[in-house]
Ligand binder design. Structure first.
Ligand code: URA
Length: 241
């Protein structure tokens, strides 16, 4: 990733804040290749130099990506005066990365949420031009029939005249007074899925995002848990097959 200050590099890697890192350097705990460093403004080439803290190599990563199984009751924001956010529930070790959620899930929606510090990634996945489909599992009131599937396919029109892009609606199970479905949309209008069902006279009773582009929710993650995504998994977002 090129040349940068050692304190910035270590702070970006999550070793600590810039101030923590300066202390580590001051106490001789940081080395570049086999030499101890004593100044925070020394430049390192992250492609060529090996950097160690307390003898342990630190690998440079500009961005990090977390997969969260979002629980109900927390909001998709970085901070909020009143409500608990998805950032508030992250393990302490991730707090120094300036992470933010990629798009929003409603407070009562659960499931796949990516958190990153890469603004370009977030922008690209959310841009309707990129056609990244997001799949949701939903339980909705009443019975979904083929007219509803066609209405979603043709593009739902909200009361204010706003037209949604074609969406895929698939019935999983018809129950006595509700239906389990999968819905796939490639845009992210405010409360989009709830509003789309509203137009066809149905209410969303439960909503869970299960897929984001080609990346599926890791069902081993309990609600509220996160894990880091590998580069391969991050790339899957843009590759649906
Ligand atoms: N659509 C909604 O209505 N809510 C969500 O949380 C996500 C998509």
């Amino acid at each position: 990733m090129g040349v940068m200050r050692i304190d910035k590099m270590l702070a970006n890697c999550g070793v600590g804040s810039r101030r923590d890192v300066k202390e580590l350097i001051k106490f001789g705990r940081v080395s570049i290749d086999d030499k101890k460093v004593n100044k925070s403004d020394i430049k390192v080439d992250t492609d060529k130099n090996k950097i160690y803290v307390d003898g342990k190599e630190v690998f440079y990563k500009k961005y990090i990506y977390l997969l969260m199984n979002k629980p109900s009751g927390v909001i998709s924001a970085t901070e909020d005066g009143r409500e608990k956010t998805v950032i508030d529930i992250l393990p302490e070790k991730y707090h120094k990365f300036n992470l933010f959620p990629v798009g929003r899930l409603d407070k009562d929606t659960v499931g796949l949420l990516i958190l990153t510090n890469n603004g370009d990634f977030a922008h690209n996945t959310l841009s309707p031009k990129k056609h990244v489909f997001k799949r949701y599992f939903a339980t909705v009131s009443g019975v979904i029939d083929k007219n509803d599937i066609k209405a979603f396919f043709d593009g739902i029109i909200f009361d204010n005249g706003e037209v949604c892009k074609s969406a895929r609606l698939k019935v999983c199970k018809i129950k006595s007074n509700c239906t389990d479905v999968f819905v796939e949309i490639s845009e992210g209008k405010f409360h989009q899925i709830k509003k789309m069902f509203n137009v066809i006279g149905k209410k969303v009773l439960f909503l869970k995002r299960v897929k984001f582009g080609g990346l599926e929710l890791d069902e081993k993650l309990m609600e509220g848990e996160v894990r880091e995504l590998s580069e391969y998994e991050v790339n899957k977002v843009f590759n649906e097959n």
